[in-house]
Ligand binder design. Structure first.
Ligand SMILES: [Zn+2]
Length: 247
């Protein structure tokens, strides 16, 4: 190619690219975002159809008397004891912690790695209609299939939890922590079912494990969390024909 032609070609490509970038920025500006207020849960299907049309959505209300006992292969093996650095951020919907090296969990012969965990100012799932004071969702992923598995740890008011102080006191910073410190003393009893992300895009086929034993947080800690987010919980969804298992 003649060098003049090459220059013209490169220039027009550059003009085309910046026009495309401008257009996409413009689009971004006009786009509204989901939230828990004006663009709250009843509007989420405008962001993702699955939020409105899905038949395996989360969270749900669990009725302990209507659960089945868990099949052996879906029993949970948790291994979150990892000392790691983690980034704590306020992402506009939740306080989110991303560990550099996550722990892992296993069931059905598959391994899921901890990607991040985040808090809701009240629990999203309810047990027999009871909503807990705070919940942490520990989001794991199977790197081979991309499937997600979420551990929900409920909190109720009680003893101060040092692991929470470390998180609340360091929003926007990097901390050293061990994800295991967020777990309650008993992790052997839980509910299990297949649901979805509880925020848009509400993607389904998420394996949910809700630990029956709550962890504790002091009144002060719960209030401090709620200064950031108190109403960031999606209402409970229809169960349809799903089976809820318990151990
Ligand atoms: Zn969540």
């Amino acid at each position: 190619m003649h060098s003049y032609v090459k220059t013209v070609f490169a220039l027009s490509a550059a003009v085309f690219l910046s026009a495309a970038l401008l257009a996409s920025e413009h689009k971004e500006e006009g786009k509204h975002h989901w939230d828990y207020g004006q663009n709250g849960p009843v509007h989420w299907e405008e962001f993702s159809k699955t939020c409105g049309a899905g038949h395996a959505q989360s969270p749900i209300n669990i009725i302990p008397g209507k659960t089945l006992s868990i099949s052996h292969e879906y029993e949970l093996h948790l291994d979150e004891d990892v000392h790691t650095t983690a980034e704590v951020i306020d992402n506009g919907h939740s306080i989110k912690v991303t560990p550099k090296v996550g722990g892992k969990l296993e069931f059905h012969g598959e391994t899921f790695q901890l990607l991040q965990f985040h808090f809701h100012g009240k629990s999203e799932h309810t047990i027999d209609g009871k909503r807990y004071d705070l919940v942490v969702h520990m989001v794991h992923q199977n790197p081979l299939t991309q499937q997600l598995a979420v551990i929900a740890v409920f909190f109720e008011e009680g003893k101060n939890n040092p692991a929470l102080d470390n998180i609340i006191g360091n929003i926007g910073r990097s901390i050293r922590m061990d994800p295991q410190d967020l777990l309650p003393s008993d992790t052997a009893h839980y509910y299990h079912y297949i649901g979805s992300l509880t925020t848009p895009p509400c993607t389904e086929n998420v394996q949910w494990y809700l630990l029956k034993t709550p962890a504790t947080a002091s009144k002060d800690q719960i209030e401090t969390f709620r200064k950031y987010y108190v109403d960031n919980e999606r209402p409970v969804q229809e169960i349809f024909d799903r089976k809820i298992e318990a151990k």
